[in-house]
Design a protein around this ligand. Structure first.
Ligand SMILES: Nc1nc2c(c(=O)[nH]1)N[C@H]1C(S)=C(S)[C@@H](COP(=O)(O)O)O[C@H]1N2
Ligand SMILES: [Mo]
Length: 217
């Protein structure tokens, strides 16, 4: 991971650590250095191991969050053009608008946000639709075992097992800190996977596809 950045067939870098804007090249190199274990773990316990240098505390850290994107510019979407496509191994594929999502029952999850780079934002509220509700509405077929998420940045993807995806603290989030998710934070709709490191919480969410196995992001 500290070696050559991976590239897609079209030449676009796919590394998730392209930290744009706020971090200079030196700071980005520092942030990219550790290759940490990702996964389903007690990240509160793991947090103390993440920032061994203490240097990340010196980096710009507005509101505790850092801006991440693997691409330089991301189109802006709002209620006029946002779409979320639920597809794959389901009986009832569907495209949701922002209004559709807002009309569904909303769930609030408050948890600490933790990035593998060592920063944390305590007790951050997110509100949105439970991913489980969207999966139930779609009718997951018996071969479905995992869920893949794609983004309208055109590059980032992530995935969960179906079991992880069905947890009640996994949201298709419309609000973050009691305001609509901003473009910078992946709005109008981002995934929020409360029990896992924040890299799982795909920003600019545009696709949810049920697959027969986990497709690594
Ligand atoms: N589409 C997309 N989603 C993404 C990322 C990204 O680069 N692109 N980075 C991930 C990582 S590593 C983190 S820590 C969080 C950062 O979210 P923020 O920019 O709102 O702080 O988004 C996650 N989701
Ligand atoms: Mo992250």
């Amino acid at each position: 991971m500290a070696g050559k950045p991976k590239r897609r067939a079209d030449g676009a870098p796919v590394g998730r650590r392209a930290i744009l804007g706020m971090l200079g090249a030196g700071a980005a190199g520092l942030a990219a250095a550790p290759c940490l274990q990702h996964g389903w773990e007690d990240f509160l316990g793991a947090a103390s191991q993440v920032d061994a240098t203490g240097l990340t505390g010196l980096l710009p850290n507005p509101g505790g969050f850092r801006y991440y994107s693997v691409v330089g510019s991301v189109p802006r979407k709002d209620e006029t053009n946002y779409e979320l496509r639920v597809s794959g191994l389901v009986d009832r594929p569907r495209i949701y608008t922002l209004a559709d999502l807002r009309a569904m029952p909303q769930t609030r999850v408050v948890h600490d946000v933790l990035c593998t780079d060592g920063w944390r934002v305590e007790k951050t509220p997110f509100d949105g639709v439970k991913l489980a509700d969207l999966l139930d509405a779609a009718g997951v077929r018996s071969k479905g075992a995992a869920v893949r998420f794609t983004c309208f940045d055109g590059a980032y993807s992530e995935s969960l097992t179906l079991e992880q995806a069905r947890r009640s603290d996994v949201l298709v989030a419309l609000n973050m800190q009691d305001k609509p998710v901003t473009h910078e934070h992946g709005g109008p709709v981002r995934l929020y996977v409360a029990p896992m490191y924040f890299y799982k919480s795909a920003k600019w969410l545009s696709g949810i596809s049920v697959t027969d196995k986990v497709v690594p992001g």
